[in-house]
Design a protein around this ligand. Sequence first.
Ligand code: NI
Length: 135
Amino acid sequence: MKVKVSRKAHFNAAHRLYLPEWDDAQNESVFGKCNNPHFHGHNYELIVSVTGDIDPQTGMVIDMKELKELIKMEVEEALDHKNLNVQVPEFKSLNPTAENIAVVIWNKLRPHIAADRELEVVLYETPRNFVTYNG
Ligand code: NI
């Protein structure tokens, strides 16, 4: 009997989407407002879900206190109020799109979640735009 448990989190971060090998016109055309050379911020909303069997002793799939702390240490400490392009090593040469941020978050959390648990990351870049990564 698999149960999915989820925790919501939040962080603010700045970014700029561009590819150095493209000229300004092509970057502007593809990335629009997110290409602003002076960077801009998003209020990211995150939903981290862990799926697995209920532990018969604790009655839990994962201890929510541990999940909360894990998200705080691995995601919020690393990304909150940061300029993703400039301050977060994972994006030195990786465009900080919502897709790539979700994958980076998943990769940071995965080693800390028990191997027999599935991990899913849903990242909202705006209230209407969100991406999902399951590994
Ligand atoms: Ni943007």
